[in-house]
Design a binder for this molecule. Structure first.
Ligand SMILES: Nc1nc2c(c(=O)[nH]1)N[C@H]1C(S)=C(S)[C@@H](COP(=O)(O)O)O[C@H]1N2
Ligand SMILES: [Mo]
Length: 417
């Protein structure tokens, strides 16, 4: 194809995706990557599917649900191939609200630039996911489920010779609340979000929620090592051991582990002597001012006040507190939660009634989880070589993952007399 034609079809694909998903800003079309296009979109208690980010490594596959099978293999009494119909009708159903965040969200704030799509704040979505608890399927077919085991879940979209999108999830999390989800916000999944079935790992970074699941393998370690680097000429380890790791500037490659016992991403970032390069499992506590918009010029209401709204979310440990600063972080005041509490993994909306002086102000928000973990202020320099969060700094890392620093996320507004 000539570059000109290529340009034109690229434009057509972008337009197509824009029509299908009003509310998304398209970063790329092959594969599809798109983020919610305004902070204001996050004001809804649930993110409409049209505004929920999309993040794909390969093209969205076209799947005939009637033909699709999810196989269960490995340490099980009975190996099976399950139809979508059986998954839906032979097992109980559960739902969970989950604020899903791509671990690359916030990468655009790294200096110098980190590799990958330059996501700012919008690789986010708060949706109701419905499906079959994985524990029920494992129980039915006599799977081993001891602590220390892993379930490796494989995406079925890859084309020949490409690395398989595979994630190994600790058995304890699988038994707790992971779903084989077939509905999003009460309607069947759309192809981009994993139709006909995806894994849903509540509270964990999006990279764990494998779409288009075609196999689940029960094992006593993660996908690691030579055995898994070439299965029918495909590498199953890339997305577990190479991608989605915190790799500081001084490391060539992340260290591969067969198994680990610390699953909290935050605690891995604290115990970097044991796990040199943290794995991106549960999300870090984070928040975002959603109104006013960045760059807005505002007048106070007759009360002399302006309402600041935002959302906060986290990983395994729910958000307990949100503070707001209207002076770039010099002073902080507690915000209040508003609206329904949709569960431990849902986004929590907050408001703060601000009595502004005229002039230009930097508005920031800072969330803290139930364990007292809070957002760092900034991102470190690469030459500091940090492996974990230290002294209010988030570690610069080669792929720009997991940034929850509050500084770059603020908005600057001008208040007129
Ligand atoms: N099979 C497969 N599953 C996948 C991916 C992928 O490329 N292939 N991307 C992952 C990443 S990095 C994220 S952030 C989420 C995004 O889910 P969404 O597109 O429904 O928002 O899906 C995850 N599951
Ligand atoms: Mo992601």
């Amino acid at each position: 194809m000539s570059p000109e034609n290529d340009d034109r079809s690229q434009k057509a694909r972008t337009q197509h995706l824009n029509e299908k998903y009003p509310g998304l800003e398209v970063l790329s079309t092959e594969p599809e990557n798109a983020r919610t296009d305004s902070r204001a979109n996050l004001a809804s208690y649930l993110t409409p599917r049209e505004q929920h980010y999309i993040r794909n490594h390969y093209r969205t596959p076209e799947i005939d649900a009637a033909e699709w099978r999810v196989s269960l293999t490995g340490m099980v009494e009975e190996t099976v191939d399950l139809s979508i119909d059986a998954l839906k009708h032979d097992f109980p159903t559960e739902s969970v609200v989950h604020m899903m965040e791509c671990s690359g969200n916030g990468r655009a704030y790294f200096e110098p630039d980190a590799e990958g799509d330059q996501w700012t704040y919008g690789a986010l979505g708060n949706a109701v996911w419905t499906g079959t608890p994985v524990r029920e399927v494992l129980a039915e077919y006599g799977s081993a489920t001891e602590e220390g085991l892993w379930l490796s879940v494989m995406g079925g979209e890859t084309i020949e010779e490409e690395d398989v999108f595979c994630r190994s999830i600790p058995m304890s999390k699988i038994l707790d609340d992971c779903l084989l989800a077939y509905e999003m916000n009460g309607t069947p999944l759309k192809p981009e979000h994993g139709y006909p079935v995806r894994l849903l790992v509540p509270g964990w970074f999006g990279n764990n929620s494998v779409k288009w699941v075609d196999r689940m393998h029960v094992m006593d370690r993660m996908v690691a090592g030579e055995d898994w680097q070439s299965v029918d000429e495909r590498d199953y380890t890339t997305y577990q051991q190479s991608s989605y790791r915190i790799v500081p500037a001084q490391d060539d490659t992340p260290e591969s582990y067969a198994s680990i016992e610390e699953f909290s991403t935050y605690d891995q970032l604290r115990a970097t002597d044991e796990i040199h390069n943290a794995y991106l499992f549960d999300q870090l506590v984070k928040s975002l001012v959603i109104s006013p918009e960045d760059g807005a010029t505002l007048s106070a209401a007759s009360s002399g006040r302006i309402e600041i709204m935002g959302v906060a979310w986290s990983g395994e440990d729910p958000v307990e507190r949100v503070e707001v600063s209207a002076d770039g972080g010099e002073t902080w005041d507690d915000a209040e939660f508003v609206g329904p509490d949709l569960g431990p993994y849902a986004a929590r909306k907050f408001r703060y009634s601000w009595e502004p002086l005229s002039g230009t102000h930097r508005l920031l928000s800072r969330a803290t989880d139930e364990q007292g973990r809070t957002q760092p202020a900034t991102i470190s320099d690469p030459d500091e070589g940090l492996r974990g969060i230290d002294d209010g700094k988030f570690p610069w890392n080669q792929k720009g993952y997991a940034n929850d620093a509050y500084g770059p996320l603020g908005v600057t507004v001008t208040v007129e007399d």
